[in-house]
Design a binder for this molecule. Structure first.
Ligand code: COA
Length: 258
Protein backbone atom coordinates (compact mmCIF):
# COMPACT_ATOMS: atom_id res chain seq x y z
CA UNK A 1 0.00 0.00 0.00
CA UNK A 2 1.47 3.33 -1.13
CA UNK A 3 0.28 6.53 0.51
CA UNK A 4 1.43 10.13 0.66
CA UNK A 5 0.75 10.89 4.33
CA UNK A 6 0.79 7.54 6.12
CA UNK A 7 3.06 4.51 6.33
CA UNK A 8 1.69 0.99 6.64
CA UNK A 9 3.94 -1.81 7.84
CA UNK A 10 2.93 -5.46 8.05
CA UNK A 11 4.62 -7.71 10.61
CA UNK A 12 3.05 -11.16 10.22
CA UNK A 13 -0.42 -10.82 11.79
CA UNK A 14 0.14 -7.25 13.00
CA UNK A 15 -0.14 -4.01 11.02
CA UNK A 16 1.34 -0.68 12.14
CA UNK A 17 -0.06 2.52 10.63
CA UNK A 18 2.11 5.62 11.15
CA UNK A 19 0.69 9.05 10.36
CA UNK A 20 3.61 10.68 8.61
CA UNK A 21 3.38 14.48 8.46
CA UNK A 22 5.94 15.30 11.16
CA UNK A 23 6.52 18.87 9.91
CA UNK A 24 2.82 19.57 10.68
CA UNK A 25 2.86 17.47 13.85
CA UNK A 26 0.85 14.84 11.92
CA UNK A 27 -2.21 17.12 11.70
CA UNK A 28 -5.13 15.41 9.97
CA UNK A 29 -5.92 17.01 6.62
CA UNK A 30 -8.63 15.60 4.34
CA UNK A 31 -6.17 13.57 2.30
CA UNK A 32 -4.72 11.91 5.42
CA UNK A 33 -8.24 11.04 6.63
CA UNK A 34 -9.05 9.50 3.23
CA UNK A 35 -5.79 7.52 3.24
CA UNK A 36 -6.40 6.30 6.79
CA UNK A 37 -9.88 5.16 5.75
CA UNK A 38 -8.46 3.21 2.80
CA UNK A 39 -5.71 1.65 4.93
CA UNK A 40 -8.03 0.60 7.78
CA UNK A 41 -10.54 -0.79 5.27
CA UNK A 42 -7.92 -2.83 3.39
CA UNK A 43 -6.33 -4.15 6.61
CA UNK A 44 -9.73 -5.12 8.04
CA UNK A 45 -10.49 -7.09 4.87
CA UNK A 46 -7.11 -8.86 5.05
CA UNK A 47 -7.89 -11.91 7.19
CA UNK A 48 -4.21 -12.43 8.07
CA UNK A 49 -4.15 -9.04 9.90
CA UNK A 50 -5.34 -9.68 13.44
CA UNK A 51 -4.41 -6.40 15.18
CA UNK A 52 -3.57 -2.84 14.13
CA UNK A 53 -1.44 -0.25 15.93
CA UNK A 54 -1.87 3.42 14.99
CA UNK A 55 0.82 5.93 15.91
CA UNK A 56 2.41 9.22 14.80
CA UNK A 57 5.82 9.74 13.22
CA UNK A 58 8.56 11.57 15.09
CA UNK A 59 8.99 11.94 18.82
CA UNK A 60 6.81 14.98 19.38
CA UNK A 61 3.28 14.25 18.23
CA UNK A 62 0.74 11.50 17.80
CA UNK A 63 -1.56 13.97 15.99
CA UNK A 64 -1.81 17.71 16.86
CA UNK A 65 -5.40 17.90 15.62
CA UNK A 66 -7.36 18.47 12.47
CA UNK A 67 -5.43 20.61 9.99
CA UNK A 68 -6.51 24.11 10.99
CA UNK A 69 -5.17 25.65 7.75
CA UNK A 70 -7.70 23.62 5.75
CA UNK A 71 -10.90 24.80 7.45
CA UNK A 72 -10.07 28.35 8.54
CA UNK A 73 -12.48 29.87 5.97
CA UNK A 74 -15.26 27.29 6.07
CA UNK A 75 -19.01 28.08 6.07
CA UNK A 76 -21.65 26.35 8.24
CA UNK A 77 -22.32 23.83 5.47
CA UNK A 78 -18.64 23.08 4.89
CA UNK A 79 -18.00 22.73 8.63
CA UNK A 80 -20.96 20.37 9.03
CA UNK A 81 -19.77 18.28 6.10
CA UNK A 82 -16.19 18.20 7.44
CA UNK A 83 -17.38 16.69 10.75
CA UNK A 84 -19.94 14.35 9.14
CA UNK A 85 -17.53 12.96 6.56
CA UNK A 86 -14.63 12.68 9.02
CA UNK A 87 -16.75 10.77 11.54
CA UNK A 88 -18.05 8.44 8.84
CA UNK A 89 -14.72 7.79 7.10
CA UNK A 90 -12.41 7.55 10.08
CA UNK A 91 -13.61 7.97 13.64
CA UNK A 92 -16.79 5.83 13.61
CA UNK A 93 -15.14 3.56 11.07
CA UNK A 94 -12.23 2.78 13.43
CA UNK A 95 -14.49 2.36 16.47
CA UNK A 96 -16.59 -0.21 14.59
CA UNK A 97 -13.73 -2.03 12.89
CA UNK A 98 -13.74 -5.82 13.44
CA UNK A 99 -9.95 -5.85 13.81
CA UNK A 100 -8.68 -4.54 17.18
CA UNK A 101 -7.02 -1.11 16.97
CA UNK A 102 -4.52 0.07 19.62
CA UNK A 103 -3.51 3.76 19.67
CA UNK A 104 0.16 4.25 20.57
CA UNK A 105 0.03 7.87 21.74
CA UNK A 106 3.65 8.97 21.29
CA UNK A 107 3.30 12.73 21.94
CA UNK A 108 0.70 15.50 21.51
CA UNK A 109 -2.81 14.08 20.95
CA UNK A 110 -4.91 17.19 20.57
CA UNK A 111 -8.33 17.82 19.05
CA UNK A 112 -8.80 15.34 16.20
CA UNK A 113 -5.66 13.53 17.44
CA UNK A 114 -7.22 12.72 20.80
CA UNK A 115 -10.49 11.97 19.02
CA UNK A 116 -8.67 9.44 16.81
CA UNK A 117 -6.99 7.86 19.84
CA UNK A 118 -10.39 7.66 21.56
CA UNK A 119 -11.95 5.99 18.50
CA UNK A 120 -9.32 3.22 18.77
CA UNK A 121 -10.29 0.25 20.95
CA UNK A 122 -7.76 1.21 23.65
CA UNK A 123 -4.78 3.51 24.18
CA UNK A 124 -1.20 3.33 25.51
CA UNK A 125 0.79 6.55 26.00
CA UNK A 126 4.45 7.48 26.27
CA UNK A 127 5.53 9.62 29.23
CA UNK A 128 5.90 12.75 27.05
CA UNK A 129 2.34 12.54 25.66
CA UNK A 130 -0.03 15.41 26.25
CA UNK A 131 -3.74 15.15 25.57
CA UNK A 132 -6.53 17.68 25.21
CA UNK A 133 -9.48 18.97 23.21
CA UNK A 134 -8.51 22.64 22.62
CA UNK A 135 -11.27 23.43 20.09
CA UNK A 136 -13.07 26.06 22.22
CA UNK A 137 -9.83 28.08 22.19
CA UNK A 138 -10.37 28.31 18.40
CA UNK A 139 -14.07 29.21 18.70
CA UNK A 140 -15.09 25.64 17.80
CA UNK A 141 -16.26 22.49 19.52
CA UNK A 142 -14.81 19.01 18.95
CA UNK A 143 -16.34 17.65 15.74
CA UNK A 144 -14.89 14.17 15.39
CA UNK A 145 -16.79 12.55 18.27
CA UNK A 146 -14.91 14.19 21.17
CA UNK A 147 -18.00 15.46 23.00
CA UNK A 148 -19.36 11.89 23.00
CA UNK A 149 -16.33 9.63 23.48
CA UNK A 150 -14.49 11.70 26.11
CA UNK A 151 -17.38 11.55 28.66
CA UNK A 152 -17.69 7.81 27.95
CA UNK A 153 -14.02 7.32 28.88
CA UNK A 154 -13.40 9.82 31.71
CA UNK A 155 -16.91 10.70 32.95
CA UNK A 156 -19.02 13.79 32.30
CA UNK A 157 -17.44 16.13 34.86
CA UNK A 158 -13.85 15.59 33.75
CA UNK A 159 -14.86 15.78 30.08
CA UNK A 160 -16.65 19.09 30.73
CA UNK A 161 -13.52 20.40 32.46
CA UNK A 162 -11.16 19.29 29.66
CA UNK A 163 -13.36 20.68 26.89
CA UNK A 164 -14.23 23.98 28.64
CA UNK A 165 -10.67 24.76 29.77
CA UNK A 166 -9.15 23.62 26.43
CA UNK A 167 -6.24 22.47 28.60
CA UNK A 168 -3.83 19.58 28.14
CA UNK A 169 -3.38 16.73 30.58
CA UNK A 170 -0.21 14.69 31.07
CA UNK A 171 0.09 10.99 30.23
CA UNK A 172 0.01 10.14 33.95
CA UNK A 173 -3.19 12.16 34.46
CA UNK A 174 -4.69 10.49 31.39
CA UNK A 175 -3.96 7.10 32.97
CA UNK A 176 -5.44 8.17 36.29
CA UNK A 177 -8.55 9.40 34.47
CA UNK A 178 -8.99 6.16 32.48
CA UNK A 179 -8.14 7.68 29.11
CA UNK A 180 -5.06 5.48 28.56
CA UNK A 181 -4.34 2.01 29.93
CA UNK A 182 -0.56 2.27 30.46
CA UNK A 183 2.21 4.90 30.36
CA UNK A 184 5.74 3.89 29.36
CA UNK A 185 8.94 5.57 28.14
CA UNK A 186 8.79 6.45 24.45
CA UNK A 187 11.20 3.67 23.39
CA UNK A 188 9.02 1.11 25.18
CA UNK A 189 5.76 2.32 23.60
CA UNK A 190 5.69 0.24 20.41
CA UNK A 191 7.19 -2.85 22.09
CA UNK A 192 4.42 -2.76 24.73
CA UNK A 193 1.72 -2.28 22.07
CA UNK A 194 3.22 -5.19 20.10
CA UNK A 195 3.29 -7.37 23.23
CA UNK A 196 -0.40 -6.67 23.90
CA UNK A 197 -1.19 -7.24 20.22
CA UNK A 198 0.59 -10.61 20.32
CA UNK A 199 -1.67 -11.66 23.21
CA UNK A 200 -4.74 -10.55 21.21
CA UNK A 201 -3.55 -12.36 18.07
CA UNK A 202 -3.47 -15.71 19.92
CA UNK A 203 -7.24 -15.53 20.46
CA UNK A 204 -10.14 -16.05 18.08
CA UNK A 205 -10.50 -13.05 15.70
CA UNK A 206 -14.12 -14.02 15.08
CA UNK A 207 -14.88 -13.92 18.80
CA UNK A 208 -12.97 -10.63 19.23
CA UNK A 209 -15.00 -9.04 16.41
CA UNK A 210 -18.21 -10.17 18.15
CA UNK A 211 -16.96 -8.76 21.49
CA UNK A 212 -16.16 -5.38 19.86
CA UNK A 213 -19.73 -5.28 18.47
CA UNK A 214 -21.27 -6.11 21.85
CA UNK A 215 -19.10 -3.63 23.81
CA UNK A 216 -19.77 -0.83 21.30
CA UNK A 217 -23.51 -1.52 21.54
CA UNK A 218 -23.44 -0.16 25.09
CA UNK A 219 -22.39 3.21 23.67
CA UNK A 220 -24.87 3.35 20.79
CA UNK A 221 -28.18 5.12 21.37
CA UNK A 222 -31.37 3.09 21.06
CA UNK A 223 -29.52 -0.24 21.01
CA UNK A 224 -29.76 -2.65 23.93
CA UNK A 225 -26.19 -3.84 24.58
CA UNK A 226 -27.35 -6.86 26.58
CA UNK A 227 -29.49 -7.96 23.62
CA UNK A 228 -26.52 -7.58 21.25
CA UNK A 229 -24.37 -9.62 23.66
CA UNK A 230 -26.96 -12.43 23.73
CA UNK A 231 -27.15 -12.41 19.93
CA UNK A 232 -23.35 -12.36 19.43
CA UNK A 233 -22.87 -15.02 22.11
CA UNK A 234 -25.33 -17.27 20.26
CA UNK A 235 -23.69 -16.64 16.87
CA UNK A 236 -20.31 -17.71 18.32
CA UNK A 237 -21.61 -21.28 18.67
CA UNK A 238 -21.80 -21.60 14.90
CA UNK A 239 -18.14 -20.65 14.22
CA UNK A 240 -15.15 -22.85 13.40
CA UNK A 241 -13.19 -20.97 16.07
CA UNK A 242 -15.69 -22.07 18.73
CA UNK A 243 -15.34 -25.70 17.63
CA UNK A 244 -11.53 -25.42 17.59
CA UNK A 245 -11.32 -23.51 20.91
CA UNK A 246 -13.48 -25.94 22.87
CA UNK A 247 -11.95 -29.04 21.21
CA UNK A 248 -8.42 -27.80 21.95
CA UNK A 249 -9.36 -27.20 25.60
CA UNK A 250 -10.81 -30.70 25.96
CA UNK A 251 -7.79 -32.23 24.18
CA UNK A 252 -5.45 -30.23 26.47
CA UNK A 253 -3.68 -28.46 23.60
CA UNK A 254 -3.36 -24.88 22.33
CA UNK A 255 -6.08 -23.81 19.86
CA UNK A 256 -5.21 -23.18 16.24
CA UNK A 257 -7.67 -20.48 15.21
CA UNK A 258 -8.50 -19.60 11.59
N1 COA B 1 -3.18 22.13 12.06
C1 COA B 1 -2.31 22.61 11.13
N2 COA B 1 -1.01 22.77 11.39
C2 COA B 1 -0.56 22.44 12.61
C3 COA B 1 -1.41 21.93 13.63
C4 COA B 1 -2.78 21.78 13.30
N3 COA B 1 -3.67 21.29 14.16
N4 COA B 1 -0.69 21.71 14.75
C5 COA B 1 0.59 22.05 14.44
N5 COA B 1 0.66 22.49 13.18
C6 COA B 1 1.85 22.96 12.44
C7 COA B 1 2.24 24.37 12.85
O1 COA B 1 1.47 25.33 12.14
C8 COA B 1 3.71 24.38 12.46
O2 COA B 1 3.80 24.53 11.08
P1 COA B 1 4.85 25.59 10.42
O3 COA B 1 6.18 25.12 10.92
O4 COA B 1 4.66 25.43 8.95
O5 COA B 1 4.47 26.93 10.96
C9 COA B 1 4.15 22.96 12.79
O6 COA B 1 2.97 22.17 12.81
C10 COA B 1 4.85 22.83 14.14
O7 COA B 1 3.96 23.34 15.13
P2 COA B 1 4.39 24.49 16.20
O8 COA B 1 3.13 25.16 16.64
O9 COA B 1 5.45 25.35 15.63
O10 COA B 1 4.99 23.58 17.36
P3 COA B 1 5.10 23.97 18.91
O11 COA B 1 5.99 22.95 19.51
O12 COA B 1 5.41 25.39 19.09
O13 COA B 1 3.59 23.73 19.48
C11 COA B 1 1.49 22.58 19.71
C12 COA B 1 3.02 22.46 19.49
C13 COA B 1 0.87 21.21 19.52
C14 COA B 1 1.20 23.08 21.12
C15 COA B 1 0.90 23.58 18.68
O14 COA B 1 1.33 23.20 17.38
C16 COA B 1 -0.61 23.66 18.63
O15 COA B 1 -1.21 24.25 19.52
N6 COA B 1 -1.25 23.08 17.60
C17 COA B 1 -2.67 23.16 17.39
C18 COA B 1 -3.40 22.26 18.36
C19 COA B 1 -4.90 22.38 18.16
O16 COA B 1 -5.50 23.42 18.45
N7 COA B 1 -5.52 21.31 17.69
C20 COA B 1 -6.93 21.23 17.51
C21 COA B 1 -7.29 21.57 16.13
S1 COA B 1 -9.07 21.56 15.92
Amino acid sequence: MNFENILVELKENLAVITINRPAKLNALNKNTIAELHDAFKALDLNTSVKAIIITGSGEKAFVAGADISEFANYSIEEGTELARKGQELLFDFVQNLSTPVIAAVNGFALGGGLELAMAAHFRIASTNAKMGLPEVSLGLIPGYGGTQRLPQLVGKGKAMEMIMTAGMISAEEAKEWGLVNYVVEQEELLPLCEKLASKIIRNSSTAIAAAIKAINANYTNCINGFAVEIEQFGVSFNTNDFEEGTTAFLEKRKPNFE
